[in-house]
Write a protein that binds this ligand. Structure first.
Ligand code: SAH
Ligand code: SF4
Ligand code: F3S
Length: 488
């Protein structure tokens, strides 16, 4: 069957895992209406940008991409161009002003309406906007109700990997760190009912998913009362642990102050739960943390880290840092360096402070650190983190790990399709990559058949970001033929 000429969809996604999940679900909903994906924006009748507002750079990227579409829209007036997600909720009508050829603006809380809005916009040749209430506009209940959780039934065909899936357990955020737009773009914190989450995980596992990553802006703040019973994240983990077929459970992102003993005990006691916690520190300096309104001192972060080590000693911890936040002196910055030295994170994501309109920091504090200083601090912190990651990775050389094989490694993907045309496609060894239970990336040679399986790998070398290894094989007799099975 050929695709109707107005049902070719191009979608570009930027931002965090929440956005990747939202795009997956939007595409799945549109496919049900007969849409097909195209990677060629010029061939598309519907062009969607799923956007991020967390830093200015992410917004620039989208506005430039929109600028490039101005002419194609003139040539193809029937094309529907939509801006969806966080920037849609944040910039609202301003998007039409900056890019008048945009037809649709749909916020994070209105994604379910996208199929109808595309149809209406195409039919009536009118622009449409669907957004949630601003956080100061109404009562908390009204605002919460205006952000609908968008978690329709899943479509296995739409997942980038058949073996891995994101599952939303919360929407929104109530922490209001002073630099951050997310409480505005994603609305009030709301936990999804456990019944829905558990049903979704079961369905995914039935469809062959081996690993789920539970998503929430502050995922360990999860709380839901159902039939008089309070569910915490630890209860959810326990309830989904025995789902047949499911091999691994991860969850991101954790908020340091909400890291509780029951959660860490669940990580310790449930073998399918990854020994990995992403718990951003953001800064190593108390004064800066206070200005960020993070709600903890570095001493409290240290206590939390100590609790992780006490309860789950083999757990890997990773962090985020913002450098060049308002008033960050050289001395304050050195405290972030000390923090990386002390906690030896598995890895850290490091960002230069980007003032965001509508946030407390942007309203009240000058963005007083010059761009070149921010850049230098970013590089220094990253170099230190890489040094530490490499040293810690080097300690793992010679050890064996159970890897969930995710697919071709980045290098292999770069090598491209020439190899794929080779006659020995099924049997040839390629460079694969996967992760340990501590979320460390491992690259190794192996057959494509291993993708999606748990495989033992012996580590032989490393870089700061990747362990390099070899599949562990053992010769055994099986019937009359000699096999080289993978140890499990
Ligand atoms: N909810 C998650 C992270 C959300 S945003 C958490 O609280 O950890 C992801 C990361 O972007 C943050 O951890 C922070 O390090 C960074 N970030 C957020 N706002 C920023 C800003 N205005 N400028 C630079 N980095 C920012
Ligand atoms: Fe933003 Fe802070 Fe909420 Fe994370 S916890 S999403 S940084 S406001
Ligand atoms: Fe960006 Fe929205 Fe995620 S602002 S980081 S896409 S929640």
């Amino acid at each position: 069957m050929t695709t109707p000429h107005n049902h070719r969809l191009f979608i570009e996604t930027v931002g965090c895992q929440m956005n990747m999940l939202d795009s997956e679900l939007v595409v799945a909903a549109l496919r049900k209406q007969g849409f097909e994906l195209t990677a060629d924006v010029d061939a598309a009748d519907t062009v969607l940008f799923n956007t991020c507002s967390v830093r200015e750079h992410a917004e620039h990227k989208i506005y430039s991409a929109l600028g490039r579409l101005k002419h194609s829209k003139k040539r193809r007036p029937q094309q529907v161009i939509g801006v969806i997600g966080c920037m849609a909720q944040k910039d609202q009508e301003l998007i039409f002003k900056r890019a008048p050829h945009v037809d649709l603006v749909v916020g994070t809380g209105q994604l379910a309406q996208i199929p109808d809005l595309i149809a209406a916009s195409r039919e009536k040749r009118e622009s449409r906007i669907a957004i949630s209430l601003d956080r100061t506009e109404a009562t908390r209940r009204e605002i919460s109700d205006s952000f609908q959780s968008f978690d329709p039934l899943r479509d296995p065909e739409m997942r980038p990997s058949p073996y891995q899936a994101f599952v939303r357990i919360m929407i929104g955020c109530d922490k209001f760190c002073t630099y951050c737009v997310v409480p505005m773009t994603r609305g009030p914190e709301q936990s999804r009912p456990p019944k829905h989450i558990l049903q979704e995980v079961r369905q995914l596992a039935n469809e062959g998913v081996k690993e789920v990553t539970l998503l929430g802006q502050t995922v360990n703040s999860y709380k839901h009362t159902e039939d008089g019973r309070l569910w915490r994240l630890s209860d959810l983990l326990a309830a989904m642990h025995d789902t047949p077929g499911l091999e691994r459970i991860k969850f991101v992102t954790n908020y340091p102050r909400d890291m509780t003993r029951d959660l860490l005990e669940a990580v310790r006691d449930l073998p399918k739960v990854a020994r990995y916690l992403h718990v951003p520190a953001q800064s190593g300096c108390d004064e800066i943390l206070k200005r960020m309104k993070r709600g903890y001192t570095i001493g409290q972060y240290r206590d939390m880290f100590g609790l992780i080590q006490e309860i789950v000693p083999d757990c890997a911890v990773s962090s985020d840092f913002i450098v060049g936040f308002c008033g960050e002196s050289e001395e304050s910055f050195q405290k972030s360096m000390d923090c990386v030295r002390e906690f030896r994170f598995k890895n850290s994501f490091i960002f230069k402070y980007s003032p965001r309109p509508g946030t407390k920091a942007d309203d009240n504090l000058p963005d007083d650190i010059p761009e070149d200083v921010k850049r230098r601090r970013n590089n220094e912190l990253l170099d230190l983190q890489n040094e530490i990651s490499e040293e810690d990775n080097a300690r793992l050389i010679g050890r064996e790990f159970e890897i969930l094989v995710e697919g071709a490694s980045k290098n292999e993907q770069k090598r491209g399709s020439a190899d794929e045309a080779a006659a020995d496609f099924q049997t040839a060894k390629i460079q694969l990559s996967g992760r340990t239970r501590c979320d460390r990336i491992v690259a190794f040679e192996g057959n494509r058949r291993l993708i999606g399986s748990l495989t033992r790998v012996h580590v032989t070398d490393c870089t700061p970001t990747t362990l390099l290894g070899m599949v562990v094989t053992q010769e055994v007799q099986h019937g009359s033929s000699s096999l080289l099975p993978i140890l499990t």
